[in-house]
Design a protein around this ligand. Structure first.
Ligand SMILES: [Cu+2]
Length: 665
């Protein structure tokens, strides 16, 4: 991969990497009018680097192979990332540090769907309270960094066009990117069009309502004010149409996301200050669920949802290892349900009563560098939240339960994370973390009104008096590098007090036809979650690399009940053979059966499975361009399988052939 990257970079930028002083200055002196140093390095994450390099992986494939990440599947599209056993509400998922809230009460629109691989620069994953950089959390954060326009010394247009096709769902993916530097300006435009029909699972079973159409456009403009200051404007748009969710009773008729931001970066030549980044952002998500493609639906209904967020953050780096951050965001969310009973007047309901949430947070990070390669990193954050429902039909609905949701709720949250690390001789790295994190109940958990959950087939109403979850965490990370092998291991133990758990409300009926009853949430004494991640990278020879990762989580409530949606033991490994510009990769995934299930939540036992994929990629040089060709066979043995977190017992893709051609110029 390194070789390819170097070749690519030398073609793309035609710049000088880094300048080292020649040993003998008398020999030859070359005058350089301009020196560019390109930084295209990825974060220090072996899995990300390995799989992003395979050219045939999409954002979700890369994500699913990262430490402690699993995906919840409701359809062929829009997989929701979870960290260990923490789902949305307990984690922060951001794009370039921006808060974006889903507009779907069924979680069909995780933020990750707006990031196409052609836009993706890197993914930052942090677990537990250590992930509280962009907001208080107990589960951690996933931040997607979009590709930025870079300043190149030449004025040529660079870019790529790509086309891929997958046989299992007649899926096509067209993408492009363009990048150019014009004096003090630099821009990057990229986009993707994706179309797919219904897919087939193993044993040739067609999964109805699993196709989708979507388009994505990203544009970034950067202006260099002077050598120390840069101004950037970013736009990201995403449009989905007829997205099938076979695991849910409804599909998405249309969905759109409009994400805008402007940022200012400064580097200081000051003795005390290092750099500052100020960003303001705005995003608006519209999500329209519809069941017109479902002839079996007992009554037609529309379920639109909206979310509008604006905010800013300012990151200030001070010398001596201090980082300060202040951030603010305000979000307005609402979800409606309009039912059309035959021969009767239509009925209107706000399943998520319109509400405003605002949050101001302040964080401080201090790094102490000690003798003998030891470090202490202290990270604290405080947050003030204010939330209330807005005067509308939603407030009146709640009066049935004698509850006034219009009074505003304030929450003051604290996050603290302390880690100690030491690098021992012999490339042994050890890190011990203690953390404390808090999170408030989500809008759904607070104000939700007869939200149907397909998993346990209950309607849910919120509980306005839920206390924040409080989590005490400890984690040990050990990393050892041998000559040819890199090994790393995380062990963690989290105890969450006032864990938010669902229970059945007796004496209340359901609204959804076919639902079993009504549920709400309460704080239980505590829940605990413990487990491990283990990664190895073995450079067998210069051309042959083996990478493997193991994830395991064990989680239960105070009275020993397994928590819902806990992924089972999973092993993922890949063997990559590389010779010049050819790359062959064999992947094997194994998931152990999950029999520790939460019956209350409608969890089902999941049998174990083995999965094999083969990917071949070939790069061909054409003058100053590179043609990348790829072919893959996923699920080689046409296994009919599902992952434990997949909702509704819907199996995943059967044997799939994937072809890809991209031209980088
Ligand atoms: Cu939805």
């Amino acid at each position: 991969m390194k070789i390819i990257t170097v070749i690519l970079l030398s073609f793309l930028t035609q710049c000088f990497w880094a300048q080292t002083n020649p040993k003998d200055t008398a020999k030859k002196i070359t005058q350089l009018s301009e020196v560019c140093i390109s930084d295209d390095t990825h974060p220090d994450n072996a899995s990300f680097n390995f799989y992003k390099g395979s050219k045939l992986a999409n954002t979700e494939d890369i994500l699913s192979r990262m430490e402690g990440v699993s995906l919840i599947k409701r359809g062929a599209y829009g997989l929701e990332p979870i960290l260990r056993n923490y789902g949305s509400g307990q984690t922060n998922i951001t794009i370039d540090g921006m808060r974006i809230y889903g507009a779907c009460t069924d979680k069909m629109d995780p933020v990750s769907i707006y990031v196409e691989p052609v836009n993706l620069q890197s993914i930052q994953v942090a677990h537990g309270a250590a992930g509280a950089l962009n907001g208080s959390t107990i589960g951690g954060q996933i931040n997607f960094n979009l590709k930025e326009p870079s300043y190149n010394c030449n004025k040529k247009i660079h870019g790529q066009v790509g086309q891929s096709y997958s046989t299992i769902n007649k899926g096509s993916n067209t993408n492009f990117a363009l990048q150019q530097t014009l004096h003090k300006f630099s821009y990057r435009v990229s986009g993707a069009l994706r179309d797919a029909g219904n897919y087939k699972s193993g044993d040739n079973i067609q999964i109805k309502n699993s196709g989708f159409h979507k388009s994505n456009l990203s544009a970034a403009l950067s202006y260099k004010i002077d050598s120390l200051q840069t101004l950037k404007i970013n736009y990201l748009g995403d449009w989905g149409k007829f997205i099938g969710y076979p695991a849910l009773p409804m599909d998405v008729g249309s969905a759109s996301a409009q994400i805008y931001s402007m940022s200012h970066h400064t580097i200081f030549k000051n003795k005390k200050l290092e750099s500052n980044e100020l960003k303001v952002y705005y995003n608006h998500i519209v999500h329209q669920m519809d069941d017109t493609q479902r002839p079996e639906a007992p009554m037609h209904m529309d379920m639109p949802g909206w979310s509008t967020t604006f905010g800013f953050y300012d990151n200030l780096s001070i010398k001596k290892g201090i980082k300060l951050r202040v951030d603010y965001h305000h979000v307005n969310t609402r979800a409606d349900m309009i039912m059309y009973p035959s021969g009767e007047p239509l009925m209107y309901l706000q399943t998520l009563p319109e509400n405003n949430l605002s949050n101001i947070g302040f964080s401080l990070q201090k790094l102490f560098t000690l003798k003998h390669k030891q470090q202490i990193n202290l990270n604290g954050r405080i947050d003030l939240f204010n939330q209330s429902a807005i005067s509308s039909a939603g407030i009146n609905q709640w009066k049935v339960f004698n509850t006034d949701i219009s009074t505003s709720k304030q929450d003051f949250l604290k996050n603290l994370n302390l880690n100690y690390s030491k690098l021992f001789t012999g490339h042994l790295f050890l890190q011990l973390t203690f953390g404390y994190g808090e999170r408030i109940a989500t809008s759904n958990e607070r104000y939700g009104y007869y939200l149907y959950n397909r998993q346990d087939q209950f309607d849910y109403i919120g509980n306005i008096s839920l206390k924040p979850e409080r989590s005490y965490q400890t984690e040990l990370r050990i990393k050892k590098e041998f000559k040819k092998v890199e090994v790393s291991m995380n062990l963690f133990y989290h105890l969450t007090k006032d864990y938010i758990y669902s229970y059945k409300l007796d004496g209340y009926g359901q609204m959804t036809i076919g639902a079993f009853g009504l549920k709400t949430y309460k704080n239980i004494d505590y829940a605990l979650s413990t487990g491990a991640e283990f990664t190895t990278k073995f450079n067998v020879t210069e051309r042959l690399t083996h990478i493997s990762s193991i994830k395991y989580v064990y989680a239960e409530t105070h009275n020993g009940k397994p928590l819902p949606l806990v992924p089972p033991f999973k092993l993922q490994q890949a063997l990559r053979f590389k010779i010049q510009l050819t790359q062959i990769q064999l992947e094997h995934d194994y998931a152990y059966a999950q029999n520790r299930i939460n019956i209350d939540y409608g969890d089902r036992q999941t049998p174990s499975f083995h999965l094999f994929n083969l990917r071949i990629a070939q790069n061909i040089r054409i003058k100053s361009s590179i043609l990348q060709l790829g072919i893959a066979c996923e699920n080689i043995f046409d296994q009919n399988y599902r992952e434990h977190l997949d909702i509704g017992n819907i199996p995943r893709f059967g044997r799939n052939f994937l072809m890809n051609a991209s031209l980088l110029f």
